[in-house]
Design a protein around this ligand. Sequence first.
Ligand code: AMP
Length: 219
Amino acid sequence: MANICLLLLGAPGVGKGTQAKLLMDSFGMCQISTGEILRKEIRNKSSLGEIAKKYINDGLLVPDEYVIKMIDNELCDRNIIFDGFPRTLEQAKALDKILAQKNKKLNIVLNIVLDKEKIVKRLSGRLTCSSCAKSYHVEYDKPSKEGICDLCSSALYQRADDNEESINKRLQEYENKTKPLVEFYKGKNILLDIDGDDEALNIFNNISKIINKEIESYA
Ligand code: AMP
């Protein structure tokens, strides 16, 4: 039985979360989104949440020591999608070690690519569901009922870090700290580029083909 670990890589706003949700539904994969875990910690006012809040709202990465510690508890026995982790070389090396201890490894890294201009447009108009984290857009992906999630009927909100200043800082952090992972995974021969400038469902179809191929190679 294939045991796939997939990483969705790419700048903030390229659609990693949207694709992760679609993959969870279709392939029964579990999603590990460090951003969602950290936002939950903030809502619960935990000590980690209090630390993370400042970094997140300022558009900065939360220090590696906190984020790496979170991962161990999140691993499941099903196929896994890593969404937003790792984001630094140190995190990537730590993930390799954590997975090796569980006889797992990253099989595929999908690098979703999109122009900066389009990313800024997407993020500055993004609305997120407060419960299931599905995202919408105020102009080109509106929910059927204003302010309400189509999937779970919970309230939509604008993330505190989806403002112009934080968006620019997040993109800078991506360039400095996360982009080097592209070369890191290219070197391991597991990275594929995905065009992020398309409808979510078309991107999902492309990704599904890649995953099905990987699953078949284990059959
Ligand atoms: P995301 O929901 O993936 O866009 O993440 C939102 C914010 O959470 C990021 O801008 C970071 O401040 C923080 N964050 C999420 N994942 C990580 C990570 N792997 N390393 C450091 N900070 C992270």
